[in-house]
Design a protein. Structure first.
Length: 404
């Protein structure tokens, strides 16, 4: 392999930071970038091109990027709470032999907790991928030269050193999810202390002996807030574009809880189409009532269904799918389904004649309870209990509409 192609999984702050430094890397290039948010990935791709390097391809589906033959290694740079599922996707593709990936690197922290970290390590080792701990601070001249002086001069006269101290400060966080420990796993100790631990180990290790020669006998730790809870930092935190509550944390935490579901909804095409259906359906039901009032609850739905059938049949034929073959195989089931739809539309039309459209639409949503039930019984859909309680919350809206 003459040139290593690396795929970035993530395109946020740290990805841009590393991409900027990549211009000094020999025999390697950033060949692809994955991010579900195409605008973020495209922005980073353009930034890399502006730095004089080949512009990476952009992917919004992780499996597509992992299948790119130009990607020989991947660098995980997405949020902490995405690490396990990301590694599972990498291992799945590597185990099936669908790509040319030989190694994986993960930005710190490896995971949110020990359990996730051990799971990630086991998955990567099982897949046979190259991996290792990457550290930069031990190569800083002040550290490497300091160790040389310490051991070559001081250590030669006073024997080995026994005490080393290191400190870290977090300049961020750069995203709102970092403020929520359920998403981040922790703060600066989780995110930055790896540097301090490795620098301490490096300074105290005898340069003529292996790493295994240095083993801790006892460990003592003290945790203290040195910045964000003190003035003037807390004042600046409150005044900044992020948190504005009395603690400086509550607003971002609430924002994260509210924004995360909305973001996931925006990324799910099925949910987007359902929202579009809801908007169109509210208009169509109201128009249906006008049409039914001009005819009756039988003729109106019949003509409406006729036009729906003609339109959808034409769309199916134009799509090139073998619809008639499927009909011959499933004719009895389709006839039963059509009959039940006819009965349903007659009930709906009668209800529209007797009640205002908003009431009918809201009460119709009661079907969500049966939808969850049939989904569990017929399709073995998972998380039925959670879906059921979500349906109950929606039904509370029906009660509010009916009462007020």
């Amino acid at each position: 392999m003459d040139r290593l192609g690396v795929g970035f999984i993530g395109s946020g702050f740290i990805a841009r930071f590393l991409a900027t430094a990549w211009s000094g890397v020999r025999n390697a290039e950033i060949s692809a970038i994955f991010n579900e948010r195409a605008d973020s990935a495209n922005s980073l791709s353009l930034h890399i091109e502006e730095l004089g390097m080949p512009r990476p391809k952009v992917y919004t589906q992780i499996h597509e990027m992992l299948g790119d033959k130009s990607v020989n290694a991947v660098w995980i740079l997405n949020p902490n709470f995405k690490r396990v599922e990301t590694v599972k996707a990498i291992v799945e593709e590597a185990s099936q032999g669908k790509n040319d990936i030989i190694g994986v690197c993960c930005e710190k922290p490896l995971a949110r907790n020990i359990g996730e970290a051990e799971e990630i390590l086991a998955l990567i080792e099982k897949a046979g991928l190259l991996h290792g701990y990457l550290e930069n601070q031990v190569f800083a001249p002040s550290v490497s030269k300091g160790k040389d002086v310490l051991w070559r001069h001081g250590g030669a006269k006073t024997q080995r050193p026994y005490l080393s101290r290191a400190a870290e400060e977090h300049g961020g966080p750069h995203s709102s999810w970092f403020w929520d420990p359920r998403l981040s796993g922790g703060g600066v100790l989780l995110d930055m202390s790896c540097h301090s631990l490795e620098v301490d180990r490096f300074l105290l290790q005898d340069p003529n002996k292996p790493k295994s020669s240095l083993k801790p006998v006892s460990i003592q730790a003290n945790i203290e807030s040195l910045k964000w809870s003190l003035k003037p930092y807390i004042v600046n935190l409150k005044a900044g574009p992020g948190p504005s509550s009395s603690t400086g944390l509550t607003t971002l935490s609430v924002y994260s809880k509210l924004y995360s579901p909305i973001r996931e909804m925006a990324r799910n095409r099925g949910i987007i189409y359902m929202l579009l259906f809801t908007v169109v359906s509210a208009f169509v039901v109201t128009m249906n009532k006008l049409f039914i009032m001009g005819s009756d609850q039988f003729f109106g739905p019949a003509i409406n269904s006729l036009f729906i059938g003609v339109f959808l049949l034409a769309a199916a034929l134009l799509s090139g799918k073998r619809v008639f073959v499927y009909y011959r195989k499933s004719g009895h089931s389709l006839f039963l389904l059509g009959s039940l739809n006819a009965v349903m539309r007659m009930f709906l039309a009668t209800a529209l004649l007797l009640q205002i459209a908003p009431y009918v639409i809201s009460v119709k949503r009661f079907s969500i309870i049966f939808g969850v039930l049939w989904g569990y019984l017929l399709f073995k859909e998972k998380a039925a209990a959670r879906r059921f309680w979500g349906a109950i919350i929606m039904l509370l809206g029906i009660i509010l509409i009916s009462v007020f």
